[in-house]
Design a protein around this ligand. Sequence first.
Ligand SMILES: NC(=O)c1ccc[n+]([C@@H]2O[C@H](COP(=O)([O-])OP(=O)(O)OC[C@H]3O[C@@H](n4cnc5c(N)ncnc54)[C@H](O)[C@@H]3O)[C@@H](O)[C@H]2O)c1
Length: 340
Amino acid sequence: MKVLITGGCGFIGSNFIRYFNTKHPYYKILNVDKLTYAGNLENLKGIERKRNYRFIKADISNTKVMKNCFEKFRPDAVINFAAETHVDRSIVGPSPFIKTNFLGVGVLLNLALRFQIKKFLQISTDEVYGSILRGSFTEHSPLNPSSPYAASKAAADALVMAYYRTHGLPVLITRSSNNYGPYQFPEKLIPLTIINALNNKKIPLYGDGKNVRDWLSVEDNCEAIDIVFQKGSIGETYNVGGENELTNIYIVRKILKILNKSESLITFVKDRPGHDRRYSLSLSKIRRQLDWHPTTSFRKGMDKTIDWYRKHQKWLRNCQTGEYRTFYRKHYSKLGLQEF
Ligand SMILES: NC(=O)c1ccc[n+]([C@@H]2O[C@H](COP(=O)([O-])OP(=O)(O)OC[C@H]3O[C@@H](n4cnc5c(N)ncnc54)[C@H](O)[C@@H]3O)[C@@H](O)[C@H]2O)c1
C-alpha cells in the first residue's frame, strides 16, 4: 500500500507518521509538506532514514507540483493533514487558510479522482460544528463554524463529500477535538502554558478562561485515524474525542500545579472575537461501528506531555523562527498575548 500523507511535518501528522510506520511497516509513505512555521523536519527524526519513507517539500495548493507527486509516487491512498491551523492567525490573516484548507483540498481531490486512488481521508475538526452549550454534536449535526479557520475546514468537508456524491470518490472524514501531546507548535494553549510556566513568563487566557474544550491525546487520535482509515465505511464521517471536557482555566491551573508554579502567572486578556464557548462531540458512532474509544487519562497524557517539553528545549528554540517573531510582534503583542 502506498500512502500519500500531507502535512506530515506538523504536530498530528508527524505523530501519525511515526504511529502508522510502526503499525504498518510495509506501507510506503510519501510525506508532502510545505514546511510553514508549523512544519518541522525535526519532528520526524529517525523516520527520515527509513527505506519506505520519502519527503517532498511542496504546497498542496500547487496543482503542477502535486500532479508530479501523484505521477511519480502513484499513491493508493491519501491522508490529508496539511492545513493552516491556528484560529488567532485566521482572524488576522485568513487568506492562507482559504488557500490551503479549501483550495489545497480541491487540488488533492481532483488529483485523487484523476489517479483513481482507493481512499481519501480528510482530517477535519470539531470546530466545524461551532459552539454548543448543552449536549454534544453528532456527525449529523449541521456545520456552523465561527472562525475563518473553522469555516475553511467546514468548506473543505463539504467539498470532500461533494466528490463522494458526485464522482464516487472513496472518501472518509475524521473530526477530532483539541489534541495535545509532543511536537505541538508552542503557540497553542497547552504547550504555550507549559513553556511559559517553565520560564516564569505570563500565561495569557482569553476572556474569563471558562471556554470548554474536549482534550484528546494525540496518540489516541492517531489510533482512531488509523482505525477509520482501515475499517471506516466509505462516505462516512467519524467524530473523535477524548472525553475530557475541561475549561481553559482548569487546564492552566493544573499545569501550574504540576510544575509547582504560582497562579499569579495567569494573565486574562481581551476575549478572541467569535470565541466558541464549548465544543462537545458524541463518540457513539465510532464506538459502535469501529469499536474505538479514547484510552489515555488526561493526567497521564499531561504528565507525559510536560515531560516531553521539558526534555526538548532545543526543539523549542528552533520553533522561535523569524516568521514566528515577526508575526507575534505585528499581531499578538497588541492583544496582550505573551510570546513563548
Ligand atoms: N491540533 C488540533 O488540536 C487539531 C484538532 C482537530 C483537527 N486538527 C486538524 O488536524 C490537521 C493537523 O493539525 P496540526 O495541529 O498537526 O497542525 P500543524 O499546524 O501543527 O501542522 C500543519 C502542517 O501542515 C503543513 N502545511 C501547511 N500548509 C501547507 C500546504 N499548503 N501544503 C503542504 N503542507 C502544508 C505545515 O507545514 C505543517 O507541517 C489539520 O488539518 C487540522 O485542521 C487539528
